[in-house]
Design a protein around this ligand. Structure first.
Ligand SMILES: Cc1cc2nc3c(=O)[nH]c(=O)nc-3n(C[C@H](O)[C@H](O)[C@H](O)COP(=O)(O)OP(=O)(O)OC[C@H]3O[C@@H](n4cnc5c(N)ncnc54)[C@H](O)[C@@H]3O)c2cc1C
Length: 540
């Protein structure tokens, strides 16, 4: 058998591609997934991380709203270790918001999205930091989901079921034999090699980059993408414990999501070009604009430290209507009508509906491959999610404080046993307290967690640790921990000093890239960080 031949090749390792890899491999289909960077490094890792209740879409998109409501329940059940069922509120502040309240109620009902109106008093008791002038409040079932680990656990489960997952592998072009797509040519960045892989079916799950392969096909109609950049701001401290949405049609700066020890405020909506997709960065005016809007929901927001901001591009189809009103539903584009076989593009949707999208694509492909097995992903938990593990269990098993245990229990679920087994080799010799060594103090990331992800979760370069553990994502943005990570990587691999220094430089540049749009405090912090690494560590 040709080792480069698979039933299916999936291009793109965001939530959608990884979800398809998991679904198909659980059905017994052989899969190769190719991602040009790290898993979840595209739109998935740059979103708001909101597990939608559907409330946000009831006005414009009843189908997407219902899909979100159904998938929300499924994800809370299959991924209890990386989701938070915190609930959310839609709050009305202006007279216009109040009028929208009636429409919201009716539309939630018709889309089967649960909601309940509550008193202002009940709301302000639950969220004392929010605007006291709120006039109407509806409760919904919004939640939080870790987009990085969601994607990575999907890929991990796909691997357990036989899939091959290759990160840092960029598909350069499709391999086409007359009118049949028979594989792809890709560049393996880690080994600087061009490779070819073959398949019965190729799936393009590249989100906003999805139109890139269409130029290789002679099509009468092409996918017109309008990539729409949205910017988000991470603010230190959990200033709210539920999701806060403005009670109005979706607009800018009208959602706050509690995420680990911080909150995320967003978002904006700006058309960008396809050439800009790999280098999106908000300018200072966008950050100030978002903070102004954030003040309406949380009046003291500007008193808190902005940890970071980032931008992603929504994969929307170009239309005449406003970008905010573009549909959030998804489509499978099959090229058979155009005379091409063995290839499809999955496009649109939401993080919340990634599993459903994967199910529909997998059903489609299995039909083409005459595979009769059915989808199991709505029933079978993601790895680590077999049961809800309480933070007290982490505290006891790993001998860590309450805050560290809190952070851990939103990542590892039942893997705490494996991580705890690694603890004995990672004790903090300074404290002498039999505790695992803390490597990132802002996000309470310990050495055994880092070693565990290195062993299981596709860590190839230094910056990959961050997306799996949140190392370097906290308030100091990796001011001290990259040396410690490099030390761990050096002990676990045979990488040369110069390669590790290159990887550290790249990881730090990623942290420092926001400098041109940063506020004065962040600029000073980045300057200090540069001194520490450039002077202290001789990193030129
Ligand atoms: C600002 C913003 C906020 C959002 N907030 C939410 C939210 O709160 N909740 C929610 O449910 N949804 C949200 N979304 C939508 C959600 O993020 C996306 O729908 C979802 O993440 C898309 O996942 P994907 O896998 O389809 O695309 P991506 O995550 O973009 O994955 C595509 C992957 O393909 C890779 N790729 C591209 N070209 C190649 C190539 N040639 N070879 C190999 N790999 C390639 C890319 O590197 C990328 O990793 C938000 C989106 C944005 C932009």
């Amino acid at each position: 058998m040709n080792p480069n031949k698979y039933d299916c090749i999936i291009i793109g390792g965001g939530a959608t591609g990884a979800g398809i890899a998991r679904d198909l491999s659980m059905r017994g289909v052989s899969v190769l997934l190719l991602e040009k960077n790290d898993l979840s490094e595209g739109t998935t890792g740059r979103c708001h991380a909101m597990l939608h209740s559907g409330g946000r879409y009831v006005f414009k998109d009843q189908i997407a709203a219902t899909e979100c409501a159904v998938e929300n329940k499924i994800l809370l059940r299959i991924a209890p270790h990386i989701t938070e069922s915190c609930g959310g509120y839609f709050i009305g502040i202006s007279d216009e918001d109040l009028k929208y309240g009636e429409t919201f109620k009716k539309r939630c009902k018709s889309a089967d999205v649960w909601t309940q109106e509550i008193s202002i008093e009940e709301f302000l008791n639950a969220e004392p930091n929010c605007n006291k002038n709120v006039k109407r409040v509806f409760k919904v079932k919004d939640g939080y989901i870790d987009p990085f680990l969601l994607t990575i656990y999907n890929a991990y489960d796909a691997k357990i079921h036989g899939a091959t997952i290759k990160t840092y592998s960029e598909v350069i072009n499709l391999v086409i034999d007359e009118n049949l797509v028979i594989g792809v040519k890709y560049y393996d960045k880690l080994n600087s090699k061009t490779e070819v892989a073959y398949s019965e079916f190729t799936i393009n799950a590249t989100g906003p980059w999805a139109s890139q392969f269409e130029k290789e096909l002679d099509l009468s109609q092409t996918l017109e993408i309008a990539p729409t950049m949205g910017t988000l701001i991470v603010i230190k401290d959990r200033l709210v414990n539920h999701l806060i949405n403005r009670l109005r049609k979706p607009g800018d700066g009208d959602i706050i999501v509690p995420s680990h020890q911080s909150i995320i405020l967003g978002t904006t909506s700006k058309l960008v070009s396809l050439e800009d997709l790999d280098t999106l960065l908000a300018d200072r005016s966008e950050i100030e604009y978002l903070l102004d809007l954030g003040e309406v929901l949380l009046p003291t927001i500007r008193n808190h430290h902005v940890i970071r901001f980032y931008s992603g591009a929504r994969p929307l189809v170009a239309s005449e209507s406003s970008l905010r009103e573009a549909s959030r539903k998804f489509d499978i584009i099959d090229y058979e009508d155009e005379g091409y076989y063995g290839f499809l593009t999955i496009f649109g949707g939401k993080l919340t509906t990634y599993r459903l999208m994967a199910e529909k694509v997998s059903d489609f492909v299995c039909k083409k491959l005459n595979h009769t097995s059915t989808c199991q992903t709505s029933e079978k938990e993601l790895p680590g999610g077999e049961e809800k593990v309480r933070k007290q269990t982490f505290q006891k098993a790993l001998n860590v404080d309450e805050k560290t245990a809190f952070d851990m229990h939103y990542k590892w679920g039942t893997f705490y046993k494996e991580i705890s087994n690694m603890c004995t080799q990672c004790l903090d010799s300074f404290s002498g307290l039999n505790e695992p060594k803390i490597i990132c103090e802002c996000e309470n990331v310990t050495e055994p967690e880092l070693k565990w992800v290195k062993k299981h979760l596709f860590v190839e370069v230094l910056d990959d640790y961050r997306r799996r553990t949140r190392q370097g994502m906290g308030s100091c943005q990796g001011q001290f921990c990259y040396y410690k990570i490099a030390d761990i990587e050096a002990k676990l691999t045979e990488k040369t000093h110069s390669l590790l220094m290159d990887e550290m430089r790249e990881a730090l540049n990623e942290r420092w890239k926001i400098e041109p749009s940063a506020d004065e405090f962040q600029k000073r912090q980045i300057k200090l960080s540069k001194y520490i690494y450039l002077m202290g560590g001789k990193l030129e």
